[in-house]
Design a binder for this molecule. Structure first.
Ligand code: KMT
Ligand code: NI
Length: 178
């Protein structure tokens, strides 16, 4: 895992876009994002157990697996959105980027690779992309039913209870940093 500010330059979303401004894991925590390195699935099982995540599936995002719709899917994952539930992803193979908004509305890019597990809180604006290798395999954890309806960014969403609760619970220090 490596986190840094996105450089906001033109160019394919799958390029690194590394501004060189690095971000610590503790800053991610202030944004409400939890990161764990899980060398084995038993470490994932423990986290799942603690948070009552009973179910899981696996997704492979690659042209090989998805065929012609791959490019379309990758663009779709990159639309800025939030969910009314946590988004937990455990990377089984390959790598990819989760971008999340900081309090100044700048993009923070989180590079994930095999054995990385991330928990995005509900209500945080984010997006996902594969990198230039175009391959990631991830485990998706969910409580009862998969509930990943993306709510695309819109002014109205500031009234969404999950959005409000995220903004209220985010560490106040997060706004002072950067
Ligand atoms: C998501 O919610 O954006 C995804 O599931 C993307 C693939 S998981 C690495
Ligand atoms: Ni999402």
């Amino acid at each position: 895992m490596k986190a840094y500010y996105y450089d906001d330059t033109e160019g394919d979303q799958r390029l690194d876009h590394d501004s060189g401004r690095e971000i610590s894991t503790s800053y991610l925590t202030q944004l409400g994002i939890l990161y764990h390195r899980c060398p084995s699935v038993s470490a994932v099982d423990e986290i799942a157990e603690k948070r009552s995540y009973k179910n899981r599936d696996e997704i492979t995002v690659s042209p090989d697996k998805m065929g012609a719709v791959y490019e379309e899917k990758v663009k779709m994952f990159f639309n800025e959105h939030l969910h009314e539930d946590e988004e937990i992803r455990y990377i089984l193979d390959g790598d990819g980027f989760f971008d999340v908004r900081d309090p100044k509305d700048e993009w923070v890019r989180i590079r994930l690779e095999k054995v990385d597990l991330i928990i995005l809180p509900s209500g945080i604006y984010h997006r996902f992309t594969t990198d230039s290798k175009n391959y990631i395999k991830a485990m998706r954890l969910f409580k009862d039913e998969p509930k990943w309806t993306p709510l695309n960014r819109a002014p109205d969403l500031e009234n969404n209870p999950h959005r409000k609760s995220y903004l209220q619970n985010r560490a106040p220090e997060a706004e002072m940093m950067t």
